[in-house]
Write a protein that binds this ligand. Sequence first.
Ligand code: NAP
Length: 245
Amino acid sequence: MGQFSEQIAVVTGASRGIGRAISEKLAAGGATVICADVMDCDETVEAITAAGGRAEGMVLNVTDGEAAEAVIRSITEKHGRIDILVNNAGITRDQLLIRMKREDWRSVLEINLDGVFNVTQPVAKVMMRQRSGRVVNIASVVGLMGNAGQSNYSASKAGLIGMTKSLAREMGSRGVTVNAIAPGFIRTPMTEKLNDDQRDALLKNLAVQRLGEPEDIAEAVAFLVGPGASYITGIVVNVSGGLYM
Ligand code: NAP
């Protein structure tokens, strides 16, 4: 019996990187994890199943609000409840503002922020009805500190932090907590574009002298959705090795 046994968790962007690590961590704790991604989540589901856990894959582009409603409806019809939602799907389209294409501004906002609205709204209705639930939004330290070349991405993540705090105030009286995690630089396909010089420059600014691992974020998620965090809501947990303090 793990700490999440009998619980139903939904993780977006679960096919790789941080979303995959979060899915594996929650499944190892006994949750049934619905792994949703714009591509299939076969590898994540296979890894969880091979380890003795329970997982299901769902294809979901979070920018499609109607599809998100349909996916959440099908999960509640099948499982009767949703205990945990982790909004993890996200993209970068980095460029200095003066050179940024309008579509790169829009697509980052559409996936990182509108996408969270699309998935969270139907889930929030389920959680408010059942009078319990945990929502964790994966933001970023650049939503707190800014970063040259990431005005679109940092705007989306700062927006997500504001949304997290507002939703925490809306849902607290119904037994639902809503928190955000602000990762620093985590070793995933998203950051593997860094060259050696960029990596060395980055390490100079870290108190803990290594890039983060997806599992570092999964540990923080597991705490926030676990029984020890029932009085914690509306906060941003900074998991950045001291990149931002
Ligand atoms: P990643 O390796 O690029 O994984 C992101 C996942 O989201 C991918 O599986 C991707 O699917 C999926 N996705 C993209 N667009 C989607 C959409 N429209 N609908 C559903 N799923 C979609 O990124 P990551 O590094 O694991 O990042 C996960 C989260 O952490 C993101 O929100 C990111 O902003 C945040 N974060 C990451 C870092 C870092 O250093 N890595 C730092 C701070 C915050 P495809 O594979 O099909 O594209």
